[in-house]
Write a protein that binds this ligand. Structure first.
Ligand code: AMP
Length: 284
């Protein structure tokens, strides 16, 4: 039977006892409403760690004032049965008061990375992410933590945080899981109408078009981005936030792509009221 833990104290003492037995803890932080993307992280954790802990917490501090915190989809019973099927050991399922009690006032900021790209459109988002992940790390005390490449800038930010704050935790990044159509799986896809879902394919299709250009020898980011932008011009229902090509580790924008290096193409847009992100990692 899967065990549900609601308090930090119980979570910490469980993790301490696992470590005393010489076993490793793998951790998958989520906001619930689980799909195959999340479950791929769970599978990776199960194959690498003795004990797998999944947290479900819709973290208010990573949502902006006009974002979807209140309507973010939640279905704990379904999540629980999916995780039970995967053979997860523990669900850490705290409430808001457990994480952010009265007088809470300590936040974690990764000052440079948090400002770029997603940070331009969601200025307080990464402060909330860095803070909650730090709290969860201190509660769960994992050896390995599993994150999706879907949120590539988040991974880069958390790796920096781990280095700077000296957390003794290995981050493992898992590939993007997509629908058959190519649309990246996301809990937020439930907001999309069938028509919007169809339009959302433009994200993946334009990433693939960019990939082809690179395979055919294009090395200037501005040329690639210009072509991708053209795809979106005709599509009035998609409001593009940005397309950027950045160096894999620093997330710095790069004009001239160089041999031996890896880059992300990042894309973010709004379709109706739903914000979607996607990316492609490539090496030259
Ligand atoms: P969330 O519940 O949206 O906070 O996501 C929890 C974790 O699942 C994060 O590390 C995400 O990057 C990861 N994730 C979300 N969607 C996908 C996907 N389509 N493929 C792989 N990982 C994903």
């Amino acid at each position: 039977m899967i065990k549900i833990v609601n308090t930090i104290k119980e979570m910490q003492s469980y993790s301490n006892s696992v470590h005393r037995e010489g076993k490793t803890v793998g951790f998958v932080p989520t906001m619930g409403y689980l799909h195959e993307g999340h479950l791929s992280l769970v599978k990776a954790s199960k194959s690498k760690s003795d004990i797998t802990i999944v947290s479900i917490f819709v973290n208010p501090t990573q949502f902006g004032p006009n974002e979807d915190f209140n309507k973010y989809p939640r279905d704990f019973e379904k999540d629980k049965s999916l995780l039970e099927e995967e053979g997860v050991d523990i669900i850490f399922y705290p409430d808001n008061k457990e994480i952010y009690p009265e007088h809470f006032q300590t936040y974690v900021e990764v000052t440079e990375i948090q400002k770029k790209h997603e940070g331009e459109f969601r200025p307080t988002h990464f402060k909330g992410v860095a803070t909650i992940v730090s709290i969860l790390f201190n509660a769960v005390k994992p050896d390995f933590a599993f994150f999706g490449q879907k949120d590539a800038q988040q991974v880069s930010l958390l790796k920096q945080m781990i280095r700077d704050l000296k957390f003794e935790i290995n981050i493992i990044v898992c590939p993007i899981i997509r629908e058959e159509s190519g649309l990246a799986k996301s809990s937020r896809n439930i907001y999309l109408s069938d028509e919007e879902k169809q339009k959302a394919l433009l994200l993946y299709n334009s990433l693939n078009m960019a990939k082809q250009m690179i395979e055919q020898g294009e090395r200037k980011s501005s040329n690639i981005i210009k072509k991708m932008n053209q795809n979106f011009l005709a599509e009035k229902k998609i409001h593009l936030n940005y397309i950027r090509i950045v160096e894999e580790n620093t997330f710095q924008e790069t004009e001239q792509l160089e041999k031996g290096k890896s880059y992300f193409i990042l894309i973010a847009c709004k379709i109706g009221t739903t914000r979607l992100i996607d990316n492609l990692l490539f090496s030259i």
